[in-house]
Design a protein. Structure first.
Length: 446
């Protein structure tokens, strides 16, 4: 069992050891510290346990009596002068409340054996509770630019990038700020505060971009089984390809699906709006040694290819423009798309009181059929299924929710994790944690 608690002096040696590990930093672990430097470091970390304006929380695995996570923080002020290098004065003053106070995250660490299990998220949410208790509206953090997974987590939790560049050395670091939920409603905050908060669409795009660099659209690590799946989408795509054909995949993500059918066509091209996804796709193609697969960053509304170039076009779980697809296909070409139905993960949406779909069943399918008809497609066939899914563990379901928009803003509220636990208790079966997968497929001929 994992327990989170406020750190005390008994945790000093643990915090010192973890801070000296330099996890996530490019600093060399080979540089030896002098006895004086070690003493100064010890005194610095101790202040996080004794000073009123500093603090720390730790996660402890009670069964093995081992600390497996920690977060350290301090209360800082944007307008104060510090004896060490900071970039606070470079940040727009209107991003901070009138008193200038904010919480700075000094260190966050989770044991490798417990990563991807939500501990980092829960530590950061605990810090938000601490901030509210202290009437502080802003939390600041930074991480090295190379730590894509850290940037992705922060975006997921509502942090927004405010600076990118060196701070105390030549390493480029990403600075991020989170405004707590009620901050924009405080009368003493400047108008620009509200303007800086991203719209839902922008936040979703930024999250998709960050996840793309870290994970792509790769969920192969999940232990999940299904009953009632009526087709394999990429098998259906491959069946409609000839060895001399050109295939376009719209919304390719990290190219994971497209690469599985690389041998089915002469040339396969995947496009995605996200630079992060395309970076991952190109790495995946190189690893797969797929010489006939190409990936480009491109918006599905404006596909930069000549008319009639492709014999087959595909789109799985992504938006598309029917007119653009029709323009790019040869006469007699085939478009095949699989999309997520409105009733997907219905028991999860009911448990959380929110989901990615609010429309009635069939709304998206009917919309796409109409758009395809208007674009000149004929012989539009429609198929659908509602399969049962079983996720093997809490971690599998958590990974899914953290890397998809199934439950919008999942993890921003500490309450989400207790809801998830209750959901698992209510839906645990011998086969796993039960939910559903609603899918529809459209096959249209030009």
């Amino acid at each position: 069992m994992l327990t989170m608690r406020k750190a005390g002096l008994a945790d000093l040696e643990f915090l010192i050891r973890i801070d000296l590990k330099n996890d996530g930093y490019t600093a060399s672990d080979l540089v030896e510290m002098t006895q004086q430097e070690l003493a100064e470091h010890r005194a610095k970390i101790k202040r996080y346990l004794t000073d009123d304006y500093k603090g720390a929380f730790v996660f402890e695995a009670s069964g093995v009596n081992e600390r497996v996570g920690m977060i350290m923080y301090s209360i800082a002020n944007r307008d104060a002068e510090y004896p060490w290098k900071t970039i606070f004065h470079e940040l727009d003053r209107s991003w901070f409340p009138n008193d200038g106070r904010f919480i700075e995250i000094f260190g966050l660490w989770v044991h490798p054996g417990y990563r991807r299990s939500g501990l980092a998220t829960r530590l950061k949410l605990k810090l938000e509770e601490e901030a509210r208790d202290r009437h502080i509206d802003v939390i600041y953090t930074h991480t090295e630019e190379a730590n894509d997974h850290v940037v992705a987590l922060n975006w997921k939790l509502g942090y927004r990038e405010v600076r990118r560049g060196p701070i105390w050395d030549d390493t480029v670091r990403v600075s991020l700020i989170k405004w707590l939920d009620d901050a924009g409603n405080r009368k003493n905050l400047p108008e620009k505060w509200g303007q800086m908060k991203s719209s839902n669409e922008s936040a979703t795009n930024q999250f998709y971009e960050a996840v793309g660099r870290v994970n792509g659209w790769n969920f192969s690590r999940l232990k999940v089984s299904s009953e009632g799946v009526a087709w394999n989408y990429y098998d259906e795509v491959a069946r409609r390809c000839g060895t001399a054909d050109l295939l376009l995949d719209v919304g390719t993500g990290g190219g994971e699906g497209l690469l599985t059918i690389a041998g089915s066509a002469l040339l396969l091209i995947g496009i995605d709006r996200s630079a992060g996804m395309i970076e991952t796709a190109k790495r995946n193609a190189q690893s797969a040694n797929a010489a006939n697969v190409r990936f480009f960053q491109m918006d599905s509304e404006h596909l930069l290819f000549p008319d009639g170039l492709f014999h087959v076009a595909a789109c799985r779980h992504a938006p598309f423009c029917a007119g653009e697809i029709a323009r790019l296909l040869v006469s007699g070409g085939v478009f095949i798309t699989q999309q997520v139905g409105e009733s997907d993960k219905r028991n999860l949406a009911q448990a959380f009181g929110r989901g990615q779909h609010t429309d009635a069943d069939g709304t998206l399918k009917n919309k796409y059929i109409t758009e395809l008809q208007e674009a000149g497609f004929s012989d539009i066939q429609s198929f659908e299924y509602d399969a049962v899914e079983y996720y093997a563990t809490y971690e599998d379901l958590l990974f899914l929710l953290m890397h998809t928009p199934i439950i919008p803003d999942f993890g921003r509220d500490e309450h989400d994790f207790s809801v998830l636990r209750s959901f698992i208790d209510a839906n645990q079966t011998e086969k796993g944690i039960q939910t559903n997968a609603s899918r529809f497929m459209l096959i249209a001929t030009k």
